[in-house]
Design a protein around this ligand. Structure first.
Ligand SMILES: [Mg+2]
Length: 389
């Protein structure tokens, strides 16, 4: 069965704000083979990624990514690693390759699941264990706003994460008030997780000033203290604090995530399947983390399509955490429907339906569809109107 089509749909909210919410626009990929359709979503800059799909050959390591997909034989589940490797090799000098491949790889797994009549996770050990869902949100501008947000975390969530915002940008005393507000709001019995959003850059001593605070408020993990590639700084901090470090959403390849485990000393590795190269690359990281006694955690902040993709790579891990976005944007709801209901004990697991179990409805997403045309020497390389929803 040949892959007959690869289409990319650029979807965008009417207004995109300069805030850390990656669900305001999105690139959705669709692949088709033998009458089956698979869907995937990239956590990537949409127009840049479309360019990587179609930019004409510039040399042998810069093939347009689409040329490695359309017309190829649809791989089986055991052939996906080789397929993935070949696409990366043919476009290894295109920096957007892993982001573009993420959405394509996810769509291909969805398609493979539908062709084989099975959910994607069933190819990875036939187990689908629920994970403890954590509510993910930003710190409020003030401690009282953080407190109100923490109090409003739905009771079924056993864990909540606060991140970014003013934390780490002001004085130590201000950070203490933020942490105290978050802890008081979620209560003593739920897990409190903190995401400092790379705020300390490469400054280990400023980060280390917060060690006692995070320990005092029993923080379950300390996410992204430093810039994504600051392995030495991660390593130094990890040796000074009892709070386990977490990171990995900035990893664009499985190798980068493995290095954060081996050289950064993280206790939790969080990769985004929509950015790291899809389910294939995320599964490589999940397997490696398990060998190294590091907990794999999904990173996802957009739709249920992305959430389902993010849960597949470690569905067979017997326990752990899962990020579940608390306030989906209208666009995220249009792509993947309303937020999922958690298990009574606060768990979330990958859907049991075929493929990824989340299929975008053309009618729901078409209002967000952007019209794009890319021309070169008078020739149209890409016209979104050619991609019929
Ligand atoms: Mg984060």
């Amino acid at each position: 069965m040949k892959i007959e089509a690869l289409d990319a749909f650029y979807l965008r909210m009417p207004e995109v704000k300069d805030i850390g919410d990656g669900s305001q626009d999105v690139l959705v990929m669709r692949v088709q083979a033998g009458g089956f359709v698979g869907w995937g979503e990239c956590e990537a800059s949409p127009l840049t990624t479309i360019a990587a799909l179609i930019a004409p050959l510039s040399h042998s390591a810069c093939h347009p990514i689409r040329s490695s997909i359309v017309g190829q034989e649809l791989p089986g589940p055991d052939e996906m690693e080789a397929f993935h490797r070949r696409v990366r090799e043919r476009s290894s000098d295109l920096l957007q390759t892993d982001h573009a491949l993420s959405g394509i790889d996810i769509a291909l797994w969805d398609l493979i699941g539908k062709v084989h009549g099975a959910p994607v996770w069933s190819f990875f050990g036939a187990k689908n264990h629920a994970k403890t869902a954590y509510a993910s949100q930003l710190f409020g501008d003030t401690p009282s706003a953080t407190y109100e947000d923490a109090r409003s975390v739905p009771p079924e969530f056993r864990a909540a994460k606060f991140g970014w915002g003013p934390f780490g940008r002001a004085e130590l005393a201000d950070d203490r008030e933020q942490l105290a507000a978050a802890r008081e709001g979620v209560g003593p019995n739920r897990t409190l997780l903190i995401d400092t959003g790379c705020v300390f850059g490469h400054d280990v001593s400023r980060a280390a000033e917060r060690i006692a605070l995070l320990e005092e408020f029993h923080v379950g993990w300390w996410e992204e203290p430093f810039a994504a590639g600051a392995l030495a700084e991660y390593s130094q901090l990890s040796k000074q604090t009892k709070t386990k470090l977490a990171g990995g959403e900035g990893a664009h390849t499985a190798d980068q995530a493995r290095h954060l485990i081996d050289y950064g000393g993280v206790g939790f590795i969080q990769v985004d399947a929509g950015r790291i190269g899809g389910i294939t690359a995320a599964r490589q990281v999940a397997n490696y983390a398990r060998q190294k006694n590091v907990q794999f955690v999904n990173h996802t902040f957009t739709s249920n399509l992305a959430l389902s993709a993010s849960l597949q790579p470690y569905a067979d891990h017997p326990s752990g955490y899962a990020e579940v976005p608390l306030a989906a944007s209208d666009l995220a709801i249009a792509i993947g429907g309303m937020p999922w209901v958690l298990d009574p004990d606060g768990g979330v697991s990958a859907p049991g339906n075929l493929g990824l179990g989340v299929t975008p409805e053309p009618l729901a997403i078409s209002p967000y569809l952007q019209e794009v045309e890319i021309r070169w020497n008078g020739k149209t390389l890409w016209n979104s109107l050619d991609n019929k929803l």
